[in-house]
Design a protein around this ligand. Structure first.
Ligand code: COA
Length: 166
C-alpha cells in the first residue's frame, strides 16, 4: 500500500492545501494529512481546532485521514509506515526552504521521498496568514478556504479575534 503524508501547520487549511490533498489522494492509496508544529511560527488556531477544520474539509475523500503529531515529521512517517511526503510548491521562493526540509527529512529517515506538486495557478498567492489577515480585518474569504469551514473561521474572528494558540 502506498501511503503518503501531507504535513503542515494548517493554521487554518486553505483551498491551496485542499488542491494538493485532492491531487495526492489520486496518486496514493492513502493520504494522511498531519498537523505538525512549525517551531518558527506562533500558532493561532489550537491543534484540536486545526484538526477539526481539516476533518470537515476532507470528508469527501475516502482515502484521506487527518492526524496530529508533536515531533519530527521523519519519525511520524516511520510510525505510520509512510514512504512519501507530499508538499506543494507555489513559487521559486518556496523552493530553497522546501529543499532544505526534504534533505533533512531524508537524512533522518532515508526511506522517505519528498514529492513536490506544483500549486494550481489559482492558489499561488494564497497562504494561511493571508486568510487570517483578511478574516481578521472583516474581508471576504470566499474562495480562500473550503466552504464548509468558512463560516466557522469568520465566526471565530468576529468573536474578538484569535489570540495566540487559543
Ligand atoms: N497552497 C497554499 N498555501 C500553501 C501551500 C499550498 N499548496 N503550501 C504551503 N502553503 C502555505 C502555508 O499555509 C504556510 O502559510 P503561512 O506561512 O502563512 O502559515 C506557508 O505556505 C508555509 O507552508 P509550509 O512550508 O508547508 O510550512 P508549514 O508551517 O505549513 O509546515 C512543517 C511546516 C510543519 C511541515 C514543518 O515545520 C515540520 O515538518 N515540522 C515538524 C518538525 C520537524 O520535523 N522539523 C524538521 C523538518 S526539516
Amino acid at each position: 500500500m502506498k501511503i503518503a503524508v501531507c504535513p503542515g501547520s494548517f493554521d487554518p487549511v486553505t483551498n491551496g492545501h485542499m488542491d494538493i490533498i485532492r491531487r495526492a489522494s489520486k496518486m496514493f492509496d492513502k493520504v494522511i494529512v498531519v498537523v505538525l508544529t512549525n517551531f518558527a511560527k506562533k500558532a493561532n488556531f489550537t491543534v484540536e481546532k486545526r484538526v477539526e477544520l481539516l476533518e470537515k474539509a476532507v470528508q469527501c475523500f475516502d482515502n484521506v485521514e487527518v492526524d496530529h503529531f508533536n515531533g519530527l515529521l521523519a519519525d511520524y512517517a516511520k510510525i505510520r509506515d509512510a514512504k512519501f511526503i507530499i508538499k506543494g510548491l507555489r513559487a521559486v521562493s518556496d523552493f530553497e526552504y522546501e529543499f532544505q526540509m526534504a534533505m533533512t527529512n531524508s537524512k533522518l529517515n532515508p526511506e522517505l521521498e519528498t514529492v513536490f506538486l506544483t500549486s494550481n495557478s489559482d492558489y499561488m498567492y494564497l497562504s494561511s496568514s493571508i486568510v487570517r489577515q483578511v478574516a481578521q480585518l472583516g474581508g471576504d474569504i470566499h474562495g480562500f478556504v473550503p466552504e464548509c469551514i468558512r463560516e466557522e473561521i469568520i465566526k471565530k474572528y468576529s468573536q474578538g479575534g484569535i489570540k495566540s494558540d487559543s
